[in-house]
Design a protein around this ligand. Structure first.
Ligand SMILES: Nc1ncnc2c1ncn2[C@@H]1O[C@H](COP(=O)(O)OP(=O)(O)OP(=O)(O)O)[C@@H](O)[C@H]1O
Ligand SMILES: [Mg+2]
Length: 234
């Protein structure tokens, strides 16, 4: 399947002494990330593992510009993203692809319009609808563009969400437990798809997961406990 080329090539990610705490209801801060220093090469596929509450989602959120760390620096490609103003941060986030555990498709839009949604309000230098259709075909759902998400299985909905994550030609894709709501067979299919699209498009890929089978298919696996980076295996 040939997809319109000229995607961003993969972006390297560099975190230096990054920390993030959240205030809880009782006012006691919870340390979600504690002094994380990490270099991810362009195009690398990194599994982020660790128990519930260890900081996996927080790590993806600070790298994706959805949340700001309290301390430290995060560089993605040429950009230092912690110091960006709101407009620049919004522009940065548009260069990142996100895939979530619960798919987060818009229920009132067709699958094709869901894939188009991230680029719909913006001027881009490619054919938006053409690319959305190519991506739906690449995830095996060319015939389902006019269906509503509720008419698709969980695995199919996640495949639509992956197509949506790629519509912006992201240099980095952040997937937060993308197989967490799927059975083993559909989870494996979604992982196959992510790896195949990564090979075709060359984006850097960080995947939070509890699944050791999924981690073993990545280039590298980092392990968090209580916000600490405790293991890093290539
Ligand atoms: N918005 C928030 N407000 C308060 N505390 C938060 C918030 N988001 C995360 N936390 C806390 O930060 C810590 C790390 O949370 P995070 O969601 O990153 O963990 P996780 O590794 O993704 O867990 P899971 O495997 O359950 O998804 C947890 O103690 C969590 O309760
Ligand atoms: Mg999480």
């Amino acid at each position: 399947m040939s997809i319109t080329k000229a995607d961003d090539s993969g972006l390297p990610v560099s975190l230096s002494e990054v920390s993030k705490a959240y205030r809880t209801g009782l006012g006691t801060p919870v340390c979600a990330l504690d002094d994380i220093t990490l270099e991810v090469a362009a195009r690398q596929i990194v599994a982020v593992s660790g128990p519930s509450g260890s900081g996996k989602s927080t790590l993806l959120h600070v790298v994706g510009g959805m949340d700001r760390p309290d301390r430290g620096s995060i560089r993605v490609g040429e950009q230092e993203i912690t110091s960006l103003g709101d407009t620049q941060r919004a522009a940065y986030r548009r260069r990142v692809g996100f895939v979530f555990q619960r798919f987060h498709l818009l229920p009132a839009l067709t699958t094709l319009d869901n894939v188009l949604a991230p680029v719909m309000p913006y001027r881009v230098d490619f054919d938006k609808a053409g690319r959305a259709r190519e991506l739906l075909a690449a995830v095996g759902l060319a015939e389902r563009g006019n269906d509503l998400p509720s008419h698709l299985s969980g695995g199919e909905q996640q495949r639509v969400a992956i197509a949506r994550a790629l519509v912006n030609r992201p240099g980095i894709v952040l997937a937060d437990e993308p197989t967490g709501n799927l059975d083993t067979a559909n989870g494996a299919m979604v992982m196959d798809l992510l790896l195949r699209l990564r090979a075709e498009h060359g984006f850097t890929l960080m995947i939070a997961t509890h699944d050791p089978n999924l981690s073993s298919r990545c280039d590298r696996s980092i392990h968090l406990i209580d916000g600490h980076l405790v293991a890093d295996v290539e």
